[in-house]
Each structure stands twice: as structure tokens, then as C-alpha cells.
Write a protein that binds this ligand. Structure first.
Ligand code: ZN
Length: 250
């Protein structure tokens, strides 16, 4: 069998310094992809910022920055952040090694084009037009159709797995159940969900596998050791809410 035909990429987003979740995703996806691409927010909220950043430095082919990567390295103020997010940002800044701080500070802004895996596709954290914008409802995504340069853009930021299909007749939310077949006439904004802090009422870590030749997106969820991740958050003196929400996926 031609190996290229099965070439696939692993897309992850919003790791949020959750080592246990990242480890589970890496194990679950092992052997099923050639490259890893990441949509940002490596840090913030979780208790293992250095370990997660070091893993990303060693294993990912490309990453765009997220708002937490910016805030934790002083590129963005925490003014719009709630107290819990602000406390975790300040804690993370203090924990990061010089090398990891530097790496996060230099991450590129999305959208970032990826070539070499079928038709080129884009990586973005929030919207492809504004890295900090949340694309939550179809109304948020619909106006983007006129501006998209590629048929396929991967987005994160909301921590909700799924994304949007932008067709001529309208825009709809994608139900992230199993495998999605991409149709050539549409534009897609695909959200892999969050590895380290899911907010779609499913506490399992989320990711997708994209297979360009087959034109498929496989939505995946994997259980991980939430207890350990939560215990580390409490042990670090971070707000209890950050530990509690991991059990609920909210
Ligand atoms: Zn995030």
C-alpha cells in the first residue's frame, strides 16, 4: 500500500499545561500520524507548563500562539482575564524556564499555512482573522467565508470540539461524532477541542487526526488521569476551580 495515501497529521490545541492529558493523547494517537501541528495555548491553568512546553518543542512541526502563551510571556495584558485566569497566568510566568519562556514568546501568530500534506491548510488559535476571537456560533463563523484563503482551517480557543462547515447555502456547526468526510465545495473551520481543559461537558482530552488523501477528519476523545492533573493544580496552590472543572469538562 502506498504510504503517502495514508499520511495523516495530528492536530492538537489548548494543552494548558496538563501533562496527564497530553500523555494520554500522545499514547492514543501513536503510530497514526506523521506530523503534529498545534493551535496554541500550551500553558495557563495547568500545573506542568515546563514539561508541556518541552514536549511541544521536541515533537511538533508547527505551532501558532494562543492568548495564554502571550499573556504568560508578557505579550498581552491580563486585563480582560477573570481572577482565576490572572492568578494562573502570574504563576505560570514565574514557573517557566528562560528557554521555555523565550520559545513561547516567539511563537508565530496565526493563521499559519501548512504545505506538503495535500492541499495547503491553515492553523489558527481563534479566528483566522483575529487570533483572540472566539468562534462559538455559526453566526460568528459565517462572515469569514469571504476571507478564507484555504478550504481548511484548524481553529482552537473555545475548547469545544467540532467546528463549522461554511457552504454556499449557509453555515452550520459540525457534530464531532466519529469521522467527517470533507467535501470539496465547502470551507471548513475544524476545532479539535482542547487537550488539557475541555469545555464541552466531556472531560476526556480531545484531538483530531486529519488524513489529506482520504479527506477525512477523525474526532477523537481519550480518558486521562484527571485525578493526578487536579491534585497537581491544588498542590501548586492554584485556584481550586481549575482542578474542579477538569472533572466536569466545563
Ligand atoms: Zn485555551
Amino acid at each position: 500500500m502506498d504510504q503517502d495515501k495514508n499520511a495523516a497529521v495530528l492536530i492538537i490545541s489548548d494543552l494548558h499545561a496538563n501533562w496527564e492529558a497530553l500523555e494520554a493523547v500522545a499514547a492514543d494517537a501513536e503510530g497514526r500520524y506523521q506530523r503534529i501541528f498545534c493551535l496554541g495555548d500550551l500553558v495557563g491553568y495547568g500545573a506542568d507548563p515546563n514539561r508541556v512546553v518541552e514536549w511541544a518543542r521536541a515533537h511538533t512541526a508547527a505551532i501558532v500562539r494562543g492568548n495564554h502563551d502571550k499573556a504568560c510571556t508578557g505579550l498581552d495584558s491580563t486585563e480582560g482575564y477573570n481572577p482565576v485566569a490572572r492568578i494562573s497566568t502570574e504563576w505560570t510566568s514565574r514557573q517557566l524556564t528562560v528557554e521555555n519562556f523565550d520559545y513561547l514568546q516567539r511563537l508565530p501568530r496565526g493563521p499559519l499555512p501548512v504545505e506538503g500534506f495535500g492541499p495547503s491548510f491553515d492553523l489558527a488559535h481563534g479566528s483566522p482573522l483575529d487570533e483572540d476571537q472566539y468562534l462559538i456560533a455559526p453566526e460568528d463563523a459565517a462572515p469569514l467565508r469571504a476571507y478564507l484563503e484555504t478550504r481548511l482551517t484548524f481553529i482552537g480557543h473555545t475548547h469545544v470540539q467540532g467546528g463549522f462547515l461554511l457552504a454556499r447555502g449557509g453555515t452550520r456547526q459540525i457534530d464531532p461524532a466519529g469521522t467527517l468526510e470533507l467535501e470539496p465545495d465547502h470551507f471548513y473551520l475544524i476545532n479539535p477541542g482542547s487537550v488539557g481543559q475541555p469545555r464541552d461537558e466531556d472531560p476526556r482530552a480531545a484531538y483530531v487526526i486529519y488524513t489529506p488523501e482520504a479527506r477525512t477528519i477523525e474526532y477523537r476523545r481519550v480518558r486521562y488521569d484527571v485525578e493526578t492533573a487536579a491534585r497537581k493544580i491544588l498542590g501548586a496552590g492554584l485556584p481550586r476551580a481549575l482542578a474542579a472543572r477538569l472533572f466536569e469538562g466545563v
